[in-house]
Design a protein around this ligand. Sequence first.
Ligand code: SAH
Length: 342
Amino acid sequence: MKILADYNTDELKEIARNFSQQSFRGGQLFKWISDGADYDGMSDIPKGLREELAKEYIAVPLEAVKTLSSVDGSKKYLYKLADGNLIECVYMPHAYGNTVCASTQVGCRMGCEFCASGKNGLERNLSAGEILYQVISANKSAGGTRNKRVVRNIVLMGSGEPLDNYDNVCKFIKLANEENGLNIGQRNISLSTCGLCDEIVRLADEGYSVTLSVSLHATTDEYRRKVMPIANKYSISDIIKAAKYYFDKTGRRVIFEYAMIKEINMNFFDAKRLSELTKGFASHVNLIMLNKVDGKNIAGCTRAEAERFMKKLNEFGVSASIRNSSGQDIGGACGQLRGRYL
Ligand code: SAH
């Protein structure tokens, strides 16, 4: 079975024509998909067409089989895909715009030491429609529709490495941008990567301008290689080069994610090196409180230690802040997106 949400309006028009229908049906379909409607709900589409489509295309490619609600208002959804695979997605209500944290792969093959998502390797890539539908579904659950959208921002920070699923993620960005759909602009989409430099450059060359977040987490290659296998392929200086390139091409400030690990990556010299690395282009360092992951023995730091490190960075002229981690109580925070039920 194919997934209806994988197609843009033009492609859906083509599909409608293939079923001997007028092409405007494609536009209608795209709107219904963006509203999270199943075939039953697509009231202005002829019943015959719906029945024919249903034989080949799935209209609702994922369903919440479990929902956890946090005291802070965020919600974690466990979505079951058509093939039975499970992914997680987090909805975070924010004064500055409600945000959905979506997954891009089932599992992940990057193998970062501190992260739960990659513990069992990569199962498969998500299709563009499966990424999009997490947002459609979370928007619908929060009472939103296509027209009256409740979700404002999307962060690709769930499980998976977005740039390791390059084509589908790019198609997802375009689908999310469509005026007849969710109409979420690239400025409201953040793509977080462990630092696939060739793909960062490609993204810029292909004219994308999403907010780029790079998971740096280290100021020396030696330490980075210990916790992030990808550091064997790209050095920190490769990353900085790619980040600068992205900034030059897009004019967008680059975000560096930095999970603080006590007595390891947050001393005076780390602060100094971070200031040197981030010199000369617009960037911001997002300091992350490391979340405990089952079976991993890496210690984070206290809030007071995090604040001292941030202050040090600020003194060196680095724009930095400590990220609020939503959904701590529901295992929705960074790096915890892994079904404990498994
Ligand atoms: N693969 C992408 C996006 C998914 S991870 C990436 O690496 O950026 C989203 C963010 O959560 C990354 O910055 C990642 O390094 C961070 N993260 C992973 N495990 C974490 C943990 N246990 N505590 C805090 N942050 C974590």
